[in-house]
Write a protein that binds this ligand. Structure first.
Ligand SMILES: C[S@@+](CC[C@H](N)C(=O)[O-])C[C@H]1O[C@@H](n2cnc3c(N)ncnc32)[C@H](O)[C@@H]1O
Length: 257
């Protein structure tokens, strides 16, 4: 399938924060409930250990995403690990919930953080879950270049590939939204209203999910990006697919040597 960069509602500044947050809360719930990133948890733990960092800067965190479960494995391997959640459109109530449940391992940045130009004060091992596809090729390249310029280790994960089966899975996502919404915490009346009475949430989750598949960078495309980076030779790169968990995960990991 050719890569198509269609719009996602989530990316529009005018899109209501409340509805965007219901979407990222849903992704967080599903990623953790089904432990989507189980297969890559040991891979990430090994990469963080190798980098020598004990601070993760999670970019484009949304509602916290699958990192919240992966973090339990990471914590076993790296007890002193700290995680800072950030986003261009921070989902503050989800960030607060992560801090409440995860204790002092978590912190969050309340101000907008652009993954294209991470503030110098946010120093650590950069992670991105389910968000690299949000960026056009030149921006995706910029994300990697920004990490290399700052000598920051970086790990990017996508829980979908640009393939017809993942396209179809996302077409069916409204069914999942309708089934799991009552279990998403914190309980919010608006979530129920905009899911069942005025079903904006299932429809926008479906559209953004289908478009995400069409925007996903395949392994070869990520490899080509790395080849174009200035300073890539000072890094150790691992760009591949992982099938050890419940779903296929595409990943790119770069660690300064
Ligand atoms: C599909 S959500 C994924 C959220 C979360 N990481 C997860 O796994 O559920 C994509 C996220 O990217 C964020 N985003 C989009 N553009 C961004 C940018 N330029 N810088 C940082 N975050 C951005 C959105 O606000 C949204 O929260």
């Amino acid at each position: 399938m050719p890569r198509l960069h269609l719009f996602e509602f989530e990316d529009f500044a005018w899109f209501p924060t409340q509805i965007r947050n219901y979407g990222t809360d849903f992704l967080q719930f599903v990623s953790n409930k089904f432990n989507l990133y189980k297969g890559i948890a040991p891979v990430l733990a090994q990469a963080v250990k190798q980098s020598g960092k004990t601070q993760i800067i999670d970019l484009a965190s949304g509602g916290g995403g699958g990192l919240l479960t992966v973090a339990k494995t990471l914590k076993e391997e790296i007890p002193e690990l700290k995680i800072t959640l950030t986003d261009y459109y921070p989902n503050i109530s989800a960030f607060e919930a992560a801090v409440e449940q995860g204790g002092e391992m978590y912190a969050y940045e309340p101000n907008s953080v652009n993954a294209l130009d991470v503030p110098a004060k946010l120093d650590g091992f950069r992670t991105q879950f389910l968000s690299f596809h949000h960026f056009r090729p030149q921006q995706a390249q910029q994300i990697l270049q920004n990490a290399v310029d700052r000598k920051a280790p970086i790990a990017i994960f996508e829980a979908q590939d640009r393939i017809p089966t993942d396209f179809l899975k996302n077409l069916l996502s409204p069914v999942t939204v309708l089934l799991v919404t009552p279990f998403i915490r914190p309980f919010k009346l608006g979530r129920i209203i905009f899911t069942y009475l005025i079903p904006i949430v299932p429809l926008f989750v479906m559209w953004d999910g289908v478009v995400s598949v069409l925007r996903t960078y395949r392994v070869k495309e990520m490899q080509a990006m790395v080849e174009k980076l200035e300073g890539a030779e000072g890094y150790q790169w691992d760009i591949d697919k992982n099938k050890d968990g419940p779903t296929l995960i595409l990943y790119l990991i770069g660690i300064p040597e």
